[in-house]
Design a protein around this ligand. Structure first.
Ligand SMILES: Cc1cc2nc3c(=O)[nH]c(=O)nc-3n(C[C@H](O)[C@H](O)[C@H](O)COP(=O)(O)OP(=O)(O)OC[C@H]3O[C@@H](n4cnc5c(N)ncnc54)[C@H](O)[C@@H]3O)c2cc1C
Length: 405
């Protein structure tokens, strides 16, 4: 058995974990970054990056690489259930570039990870963490590495294990399985007439859910579909793969894919969107990214949330190490920072998802968005988390929606 000790041990080297490691190293803390996978590794995802994600990736110093390797877009088109399209531009904001990018996670996650390693994080790949024991003055992380047990001690730990819930349940942090969104995607070559925009489809998809076409180049794309498991949705047995097959059969998709070839299988994976009720810490431990249920409940995008929460966790830990105060009261402050940063947007998007994803309502919203530039921009801003929903949804905006013919 091998044993090592660090200031912070991070379980999971996806965007949340690797970002936390990068920003912890910026503050001079010793960091162990553990993952069961060996990088580069695939992660089932739509591969879409919002302007907020790009803002953090720029801070980490990899935006130039991503612009070379990824496909840059500054517009998105939404297709209403009746097929009507509306195209919106990325709003210009001070804190991040007005662009979106699509880049396979196989590449993206490795870029972030390499920056964490360059910054001095101690990476251990191929270690399956089986237990994290909370001790009076730290955490003891126990994993299986090359057939042997490995123990890594940390004064503090960060759980950044994504939607993989087994470990959190075994530790008693997650009491039950939250309601999940199910999504599936595949890569295609030879896709014709890609618009050069992110395309979101409510057409041909059982609601609440949506399909997407995210171009990766002029003729390759990540195509997928998701279905939200919401509280009032009747139980059915549809899988994400089934929803995706249905989506691929709508005429617009048949056209896109007339001469296309799928590269690799259709892969599905659950998405956690339960931040509103999820725990974000335990004694000597923080949760970041999707492990804290941090994903936009309306769009299913969680990379920006993972990057931002990884950074917030690292900054807060920096303060804790400076003060030497590792109490639960300090961890409660971390929870409050996360809630202050994400709660309102998550609640707004949850409400839209649960109450408004009905065909006539989406058709109407798309109609209003086509006619009212201001509404279109505002809605894009709110969904992307650029502005606070409460301040933005004024009486005037709501009246516009109701009055537009
Ligand atoms: C089909 C689909 C499409 C999506 N599309 C988008 C999109 O277009 N844009 C977007 O922003 N988001 C999208 N998401 C959501 C996004 O993929 C996640 O929210 C994001 O990856 C969360 O990042 P994370 O760092 O928290 O976790 P992850 O990226 O899941 O990383 C967790 C890491 O922890 C490791 N790990 C887990 N358990 C252990 C263990 N026991 N021991 C050691 N290592 C462990 C895993 O190997 C993994 O590397 C999509 C999700 C799905 C399923």
């Amino acid at each position: 058995m091998q044993t090592k000790s660090f200031d912070v041990v991070i379980v999971g080297a996806g965007p949340a974990g690797a970002t936390a490691a990068f920003f912890l190293r910026q503050q001079g803390l010793d960091v162990a970054l553990l993952d069961k996978a060996t990088f580069p590794r695939e992660k089932t995802c739509g591969d879409g990056l919002t302007p907020r994600a790009i803002g953090v990736l720029d801070e980490i110093g990899i935006l130039d690489d991503l612009l070379v390797e990824g496909c840059k877009m500054d517009e998105a088109t939404v297709f209403a259930p009746n097929g009507t399209p509306v195209t919106t531009q990325m709003p210009i904001r001070e804190d991040h570039p007005p662009i979106m990018l699509a880049i396979p996670r196989y590449k993206l996650d490795n870029f972030i990870l390499q920056k964490a390693v360059e910054a001095g994080a101690d990476l251990c790949e191929g270690i399956n963490v089986q237990d994290v024991q909370i001790e009076a003055n730290g955490v003891k992380v126990v994993g299986r590495y090359k057939g042997q047990q490995m123990v890594i001690n940390g004064r503090m730990g960060i759980m950044a294990v994504g939607a993989s819930m087994g470990l959190l349940k075994r530790m008693g942090i997650l009491k039950k399985t939250p309601t999940l969104t199910l999504a599936a995607r595949a890569y295609y070559e030879g896709v014709q007439d890609l618009s050069g925009r992110f395309e979101f489809y409510f057409e041909g998809i059982p609601l609440p859910g949506y399909g997407w076409v995210f171009p990766l180049s002029e003729n390759t794309a990540n195509i997928g579909a998701g279905i939200f498991e919401i509280r009032n949705r009747k139980k059915d047995n549809r899988t994400a793969q089934m929803v995706m097959e249905q989506f691929l059969n709508i005429p617009k998709m048949k056209h896109h894919l007339a001469h296309a070839k799928r590269v690799g299988p259709i892969k599905g994976y659950p998405i956690r969107t339960d931040f509103a009720t999820a725990p974000t810490y335990a004694q000597n431990l923080m949760l970041a990214g999707e492990a804290a249920g941090l994903v936009n409940p309306l769009t299913g995008e969680g990379i920006d949330y993972a990057l931002e929460s990884g950074k917030i966790a690292a900054q807060h830990l920096g303060l804790m190490f400076k003060s030497g105060d590792f109490s639960d009261a300090q961890l409660e402050q971390y929870d409050q920072k996360l809630r202050a940063h994400f709660h309102e947007q998550v609640r707004f998007c949850e409400r839209i998802r649960d109450w408004y994803l009905h065909k006539p309502i989406i058709n109407r919203l798309v109609n209003v968005a086509k006619k009212r530039d201001q509404f279109r921009e505002l809605f894009t801003d709110i969904v992307l988390g650029n502005v606070a929903a409460k301040e933005a949804m004024t009486f005037k905006t709501v009246s516009q929606i109701l009055l537009t013919r």
